[in-house]
Write a protein that binds this ligand. Structure first.
Ligand code: UD1
Length: 422
């Protein structure tokens, strides 16, 4: 065990009031960076958040022979891709960041071979890559797993195909799309993921010269082209971070204006927040969430987009822990995502987990204690729990939170929270 990791120390009891500005989405920026491998020359991605994963992706692209430069103040990354990039993503990087798997499609399409260490990422479930492999195999790749690596080759190039996904996996849809853009002929992905991140990636590819239709629907059609050219693209705002602030406003009985938040990307979660008693209004460049009473518990089942996002599940569980009434939260996307419930129970939350269901009995206040973050969203959920706990809560392993929330402590403080990094 490491003994020197940083922690968030929160003294609960204050409502969060004020304004926040949402930066670019982590889960989009990383995929855009990986997809830049598809075009020789210099690509520019703007609105890229200053988070650890962006630097890990930079390191991965550098090891593949790219020259990358990130300017944190401008939030811009440039990636200069060589004619012949490398083809291997090592375990030391892949284990730190699940999105490393997103080089699979681009490298297979560009180089004809790729070796990617089998991913680790967050401790939120098994996270297989069988759907990625099946899709790429349908395009003509040969794939095998050896010594902890998945090795894929396309000795005869890639050929368009009709691919039906058993589950609308975000990562699999992205890898198939980024391989198919340079394949011969037409690819149809049936039961494709519809997440805004997938749409953002698709729009980036289109700007590079790819032919893609059906983005944001369950059927994506891709007509392969011979080559793509580098371009400039702005990352879409992070809907999960925006959703986190929305739940923070509700839980603390606060009033937060979320600049850059997209209501159209958060319809189901915002409906749930309204059901809990909050007032959500649209503003010039985002939305505002206001709450002046104890929230009413809501039932939620996570689902692929446009359903309730699994990445916001820790926040609804935390909200329900202090809400009026009993509720049931069902996790349908990631099996391991209730692990943080043990930590929430240390704060006094009344939660009973049975398989992928969590039954929650709301209590008036949680009670501050030391807890540990197990992944990005669980970590942020525990910080929000600290805001509504009596006394002091310490959330250890803050690096998990830093992976998804740039400047989280500063933003919390600006909204009136008593938070320190220790
Ligand atoms: C992405 C996001 C993650 C988010 C998730 C769902 C990134 C880096 N991460 O993860 O934050 O929670 O979408 O919105 O963008 N599965 C398989 N086989 C596969 C692929 C997936 O069994 O080949 C399973 C996974 O184990 C999981 C479920 O399908 O249980 C969903 O996975 P997927 O949609 O692929 O999510 P990720 O792309 O990993």
């Amino acid at each position: 065990m490491e003994s020197q990791t940083e922690a968030f120390q929160i003294t609960g009891g204050r409502p969060l009031v004020g304004e926040v500005t949402i930066s670019g989405a982590k889960n989009s920026a990383l995929k855009l960076m990986a997809a830049s491998l598809l075009a020789v020359g210099k690509s520019t991605i703007t609105n890229v958040p200053d988070i650890a994963d962006v630097h890990i992706m930079e390191e991965l692209l550098t090891r593949l022979g790219c020259s990358t430069k990130y300017e944190p103040s401008a939030q811009i990354v440039t990636i200069d891709v060589p004619i012949a990039p490398g083809h291997r993503a090592d375990y030391d990087l892949v284990r730190k960041m699940r999105a490393s798997i997103n080089v699979l499609g681009p490298l297979l399409a560009r180089v004809g071979e790729v070796e990617v260490a089998l991913p680790g990422g967050d401790a939120i479930g098994s996270r297989g890559i069988d759907l990625h492999i099946k899709g790429l195999t349908d395009l003509g790749a040969k794939a095998r797993s050896e010594h902890g690596f998945v090795i894929a080759t396309a000795p005869n190039g890639l050929n368009g195909a009709r691919i039906e996904l058993d589950f609308p996996s975000v990562g699999a849809t992205e890898n198939i799309m980024t391989a198919a853009v340079l394949a011969k002929g037409t690819t149809v992905i049936d039961n494709a993921a519809r997440e805004p991140d997938v749409v953002d990636l698709g729009e980036y590819l289109v700007a590079m010269g790819a032919k893609i239709s059906g983005l944001g629907t369950p059927v994506i059609t891709i007509i392969g082209v011979d080559e793509l050219t580098p371009t400039t693209h702005a990352t879409l705002p992070d809907r999960i971070v925006a959703g986190t602030w929305a739940f923070a406003a509700v839980m603390t009985r606060g009033d937060i204006t979320i600049h850059g938040g997209r209501i159209d990307h958060l319809e189901v979660p915002l409906d749930k927040i309204v059901e809990a008693g909050a007032v959500v209004t649209s503003t010039k460049d985002g939305f505002r969430v206001k709450m002046d009473k104890r929230p009413i518990a809501v039932d939620v089942a996570t689902l692929p987009y446009p359903g309730f996002p699994t990445d916001l599940q820790p926040f609804v569980i935390t909200m329900n822990s202090i809400a009026e009434g009993n509720s049931l939260v069902t996790e349908n996307v990631f099996e391991g995502r209730f692990m943080f419930v043990n930590e929430l129970q240390r704060l006094g939350a009344q939660i009973h987990v049975d398989g992928h269901h969590a039954a929650i009995s709301g209590i008036e206040h949680l009670s501050g204690a030391p807890v540990a973050a197990t992944d990005i969203r669980a970590g942020a959920g525990l910080v929000l729990a600290g805001l509504v706990s009596d006394g002091v809560t310490t959330v250890e392993d803050a690096f998990h939170i830093d992976r998804g929330y740039p400047g989280f402590a500063e933003a919390l403080k600006s909204l009136g929270a008593q938070v320190e990094r220790i």
